[in-house]
Design a protein around this ligand. Structure first.
Ligand code: ADP
Length: 425
């Protein structure tokens, strides 16, 4: 449906009403002027007939000519019966005679009549005679005043109310003040009702978000408890083994490894559960990547994966090095897990539109359909023993730095995960 503005919807009927009103006014003024002029004509004819009667002047052609010369109309005398039926039936009344004349017939003697005739006043003439312009000007002035009043008091406030509703998104969660709230009419009530509804909506939304956050924390806590059980069981077992101690060194190593796993899990969980603003310092992303990749080298070698570095030189950014390193570790680990039979994991960095794009491209099977949808959910995992925190944490790290994490599958197979970090100006 084509949108229609309120002003357009008011202007057309108002203009039609003004045109119709003007025509009706002109018609009425013309009718009134004509009636007044006929009444004057009737009066004048009657006065002249009385004068002739009283003066006992003979109704001659000469008298008729003389009277016609001083009056505004023609005068004719004649035998009463010689005048038309219509005129005789209504003596003293103005009667139409033909298309463009009107007459008044009066008896001036028992068998003599005097006929007063004049041209019928035309529409334009009667308007010109009466003062039409003043009432018309008053009517138009009144219409203009009404239009201004409607525009100022009704249309404009409603338009600015509609504008206020349209700008709600820009209030960024603060209750909006609608224009016109101070008015004491229906528009004021509407503005106040809108303000209250908006405030209530914000309250409801924040309650819902709180609820969702609490539900998510609950799910995370359950997932965390589940994930912690396995390493803790291993720690307990190996601690018991330390008692008899044949292979102490091996058990101690297992205990340390599992303790590291618990610590990493708790750290990652804390990233999500209580995200604090990153401690940003100027860093070289290349150096962070180098450190992470060097640490991952033994695991990569074990998995038969070659880490291919496609970046060079310094890449300055203001970041929290520990968090970026955590995200990088998670993405490299995912790349290694995606290629159990070995392959290449390419790590490249490019600068696009004021942001560093750190890409991790592997040659694995790519994201499954469900993983493509749900990868950002904490504890979502399709891996045997997977925690489902790696991508959520990497995404949270990107978000905390004002960037994003994107995942996609490559056309030739494999996945690309891209960590985008804005470069401060
Ligand atoms: P986890 O690795 O513990 O499963 P993540 O959050 O890191 O948790 O990953 C969630 C899911 O996303 C994985 O279980 C997997 O299905 C998918 N995924 C992550 N990285 C890749 C990748 N490089 N290739 C294919 N699938 C991946």
């Amino acid at each position: 449906m084509r949108p229609q503005t309120l002003s357009a919807q008011i202007v057309l009927p108002l203009s039609l009403a003004v045109i119709a009103g003007s025509l009706a006014l002109v018609g009425w003024l013309s009718w009134r002027t004509t009636s007044d002029s006929r009444a004057a004509f009737r009066e004048q004819a009657a006065a002249n007939a009385r004068f002739i009667k009283r003066s006992h002047l003979p109704p001659s052609d000469k008298l008729a000519r003389d009277l016609s010369a001083v009056l505004d109309f023609e005068v004719t005398f004649g035998p009463w019966d010689a005048f038309g039926d219509k005129q005789r039936r209504s003596p003293g009344e103005v009667v139409r005679a033909g298309l463009d004349r009107e007459v008044v017939l009066l008896r001036i003697a028992p068998d003599t009549g005097a006929l007063f005739a004049r041209p019928r006043p035309s529409f334009g003439e009667s308007l010109a005679r009466g003062s039409t312009l003043v009432p018309l000007a008053v009517f138009w002035g009144g219409s203009l005043l009404l239009a201004t009043f409607l525009s100022r008091r009704l249309v404009r406030p409603i338009v600015s109310l509609a504008g206020g509703v349209g700008a709600l998104e820009a209030t960024q969660g603060a209750p909006a003040e609608f224009p016109g709230a101070a008015r004491r009419d229906e528009i004021g009530s509407l503005a106040r009702a809108l303000s209250q509804t908006h405030a209530r909506l914000i309250e409801e939304r924040s309650k819902r978000e709180e609820g969702e956050r609490a539900a998510m924390l609950g799910r995370m806590a359950t997932g965390l408890a589940h994930e912690i059980k396995n390493p803790v069981a291993a720690i307990r077992l190996h601690a018991q083994l330390l008692d008899g101690c044949d292979r102490c060194a091996e058990s101690a190593q297992t205990i340390a490894g599992e303790a590291d796993a618990v610590e990493s899990l708790v750290n990652q969980w804390m990233f999500l559960a209580r995200p604090e603003p990153p401690e940003r310092r100027e860093q070289d992303l290349a150096a962070i990547l180098d450190r992470c990749l060097a640490a991952a080298e033994p695991a990569a070698e074990h998995a038969g994966v070659t880490l291919v570095r496609r970046y060079r030189g310094q890449m300055r950014a203001e970041v929290d090095a520990a968090r970026i390193a955590q995200a990088v570790r998670n993405l490299v680990t995912n790349g290694l897990h995606a290629m159990p039979d070995g392959g290449e994991l390419e790590i490249s960095v490019t600068e696009i539109d004021g942001a560093w794009h750190i890409r991790f491209a592997d040659q694995g099977r790519g994201f499954g359909a469900e993983a493509l949808e749900r990868w950002s959910e904490p504890f979502f995992s399709t891996k045997e023993g997977g925690m489902g925190l790696g991508l959520s944490v990497a995404s949270e790290v990107a978000f905390a730095h004002g960037g994003t994490l994107r995942v996609e599958n490559r056309e030739r197979g494999g996945a690309v995960v891209s960590l985008q970090i804005p470069i401060p100006r």
